[in-house]
Design a protein. Sequence first.
Length: 560
Amino acid sequence: MKKILTLIFLVFALVYSANAQVENVSLDDPVYDFLKRLSVRKVIPSIHDYDPNMSKQQITDYLLEAKSKPSLLSTTDKALIQKYLVKFDVSMMNSSNTTALFDSHGRLDVKDIFSDKEKYFYVLNSNGNTLFFDYLMSGLMSTEFKPNSKATAILYDFGGRFQGTFFGHLGYNFYLRKGVVAGNDTSLAILNDPRLRYNYKFLENNPDDSERSFDFIDGYVKYETMPQDNMRISVQLGREKLLYGYSYTDPLALGGAHPNMDFIKLKFDYGIAHFSSITASTVGPYSTIRDSNYTKFIAFNSLRFSIPNLFDIGIGESVVYSRGIDIGYLTPFIFYKFVEHSLQDRDNGTLFFDIQTHFIRNLQFQGTFFMDESLFGGLSDFNKQTNKVAFQMGSMWTEPAGLKDISMTLQYTYIRPYVYTHFNPKNTYTSFGQVLGNPIGPNADQIFSRLTYNFSNWLSLSLLYHYTRKGENIYDSNGDLVRNVGGSANQTFRPGIDSDIANFLDGNRVNTDVAQVSLKIEPIRNFIFDINYIYQKTNHLDENFVDDTSFGSIKLSIDY
């Protein structure tokens, strides 16, 4: 009996003494870009950005490691580290750097609204248990300069976020935003916020309405433990933004330019080995006929090895299926392609390989090779429609020519025809009709470049340019498909109708240039202005016309 009581005491002591914050930091938080640059500069080791969602504690650990190397940091780096530590390291929170609109006794306190303190609506931090409540709102105004100088779009939303950790191991998050689109040009609103393309409430509204609503919701619970040094295990159930694979823009495997999916996720890190497994659910394309809507499932596995000061290398796989959940794909330690064969080859399987270097300070290279069902079999005849492969390669250069606080990125993406498609239209590699991988889709390539400069911890500038070539399917004036060249992820290959030869960039050729200037200003902590100017030129070579579009926007986001 005494031994049992001792064991119970030790378990409770372990649980309650833990002070880790295991809830994840949203992938939209700029801290990820900052840590990425620190990693390329070898101030900190690899940040595991193959599957980049990290907890507050993991981010805090990286920030503290960077802070311990002041000789490698610029003045702006040091200010940013301090700013992020106040935000993510609970042990640093005190009345001098953090404020809440309502204190622990429910009393209103407005004196620090415009201070430089980290702001919350309400905070509870007691015995290692935390609750952070943020009130969120934003407003965006946009005007088009070309071709319609009278086109305007206004987006405003509000919501809240509850997050925290119980007992040092159980993290949670609840996020909700509700918004309205006003102005006289819905297409301009979509250009400013592409998420509207797959938002049900926005699409459901009558297009003739002067104002259309939208909403976004996430939430999860996550259990994480470190049973011994250098080992981390976590299990997560819920919904949040996910990425999968190395990339400086949108990975080929899971790019993020699609609806956030509901998932069960297992992660296991031990030494240089990192394993993750995800089973996610989503839906098919939007339809006003509800009986035609359906659920689909996507399972992912990946194994990666991170060799310090050399490279990270990994292999991953996925499978898409559109029936009830299949136990065969719930098993994390198994090869999905062979499982698919044993289940009578009904599903859409992919395999991908990634590598990312770490052996040159300030210069990093990445590469991904992605195979959609072909699995090397079609490489001997590269132009066959069954040869559904893609690759991506790029580099990041930080502190070019010794210039502090600057980073430059260059990346090339190549996706062959019919990649992301499947003979069963319900098994396309899509969510809500949007490509799960890189959003340029099949039969396309892209050169992407970006330059970022942090003037200070509250002011940054980003210059972006990308050039995309795409071969689109050919349709007649009634919208009927005339010729399928593998240019759409939602249009499957039709045996006996479509040519077995799929030449790259065949079909209606469309070349698109996009240039963007972005300025982010945070004059007061948690009050953020985003100012953007975007120019887009779309050249329809075969149809002999050009679309010139340019627009600007200003957005104020308040996170309190």
